[in-house]
Structure formats: C-alpha cells, structure tokens
Ligand binder design. Structure first.
Ligand code: HEC
Length: 165
C-alpha cells in the first residue's frame, strides 16, 4: 500500500494510481476498526459472563450455607454472628473468618477449645463438624465469609477436600 502512495508521489503526472489507492485505504481502515471493535465486544461479553457466574455461585452457596448455619452454628454464634461474650466467639471480621482458608476449614473439622481469638478468650467448646459433607462445610463457610459484615472469597468443595484428606 505504502509503496503505491510513494510511487504516486514520485509521479505527479499519474493521477490514476494514487486515487485508487486513496479509496482503498479508508475501506481497509474501516474494516480493521470494525474487526477490533467486534473482538473487544466479544471479550467484554465473555468477561461479564464469568463475573456473573462466579457471583451467582457464591450467592447460591451462601444461600445453602445459611440453612447449614441455622441448624449447626446459630445456637452458639447467634443469628447475627455476634457470638456470646466470654462464651462463644463472634464470627464478625475475626482473623479466622477472614484469614487463611485452611485454618478456617480446620476449625470446623477439628473443633476448637481454649484458643484466644483476636485477644479474647471463650469458655465454651467448639465441637468438630466432621459429620458435615465437604459441600456443607464449603457452603456454611462461604455464607459466614460473606455475611455479618464479612467479605472474603468463597470456600469451595475442592478447598475442603484438600484439607480433609
Ligand atoms: C457449642 C457451641 C458452638 C457451635 C455449635 C459452633 N461453634 Fe464455632 N466456636 C465456638 C466457640 C466456643 C469458639 C471459640 C473456641 C476457642 O476460643 O477456643 C468457636 C470458634 C469458631 C470459629 C473460629 C474463631 C472465630 O470466632 O472466628 C469459627 C470460624 C467458628 N467457630 C465457626 C463455626 C461454625 C461455622 C459453626 C457451625 C458449623 C460453629 N462454629 C458451631 C462455639 C461453637
């Protein structure tokens, strides 16, 4: 293309070639812009799709987790996750709830007793919950991590399976 333009400039007498070239260039440019716009749209549509699916997964898991929470945890940690001072630890922004997935999963699989949590001690005993399935543990922890003012990535069945082994 460039070759033609320069050739045209070199021969000002020849009006035909540069004219044709000048008509072709905009067409090619429009084509390129169109193609890249199309690619961009496809990309952003794909991105939005993944984002919604991930958010949907968390919501669905947390919803199931709420049921698990009501029948297994609420009696000690209370409906608002506030716990009972000196008795049962709160589940609001504690280093366990927001911290490493592995140690959080282990709290449920092994239970907890006499451990100081963020500078506070609790008299009651947290029993182990090995009777829950990996799915139930993933769901209840995802629920806890995204409620009571908490915001942390979901816990998946895979995460639980890796710790339970
Ligand atoms: C019988 C009462 C009881 C039940 C039921 C119970 N917990 Fe606990 N939980 C405790 C106590 C007490 C502690 C603190 C133990 C310690 O300090 O050593 C605790 C600690 C925790 C911790 C870690 C510390 C923190 O506050 O972040 C998490 C997370 C937790 N519990 C989640 C749960 C979940 C989820 C369930 C339900 C599947 C549940 N617990 C059921 C009493 C209970």
């Amino acid at each position: 293309m460039l070759f033609y333009i320069f050739e045209g400039a070199d021969h000002p007498v020849n009006h035909q070639k540069p004219m044709r070239t000048l008509k072709v260039i905009p067409l090619i440019l429009i084509g390129l812009v169109g193609l890249s716009a199309q690619a961009q749209t496809k990309k952003s549509v794909a991105k939005t799709k993944t984002a919604t699916t991930a958010a949907g997964d968390i919501t669905a898991s947390a919803k199931r987790g709420q049921v698990v929470y009501a029948s297994n945890c609420l009696v000690c940690h209370m409906a608002d996750g506030g716990g009972v001072p000196g008795m049962n630890a709160p589940l609001v922004k504690t280093s366990y709830v927001l911290g490493s997935k592995q140690s959080l999963i282990n709290v449920l699989l092994k239970g907890m007793q006499g451990v100081e949590i963020d500078g506070e001690e609790y008299r009651n005993v947290m029993p182990p919950f090995t009777q829950l399935t990996n799915q139930q543990i993933a769901d209840v922890l995802t629920y806890v991590r995204n409620n009571f003012g908490n915001k942390a990535p979901a816990i998946t069945v895979k995460d639980v399976a890796a710790v339970r082994k």
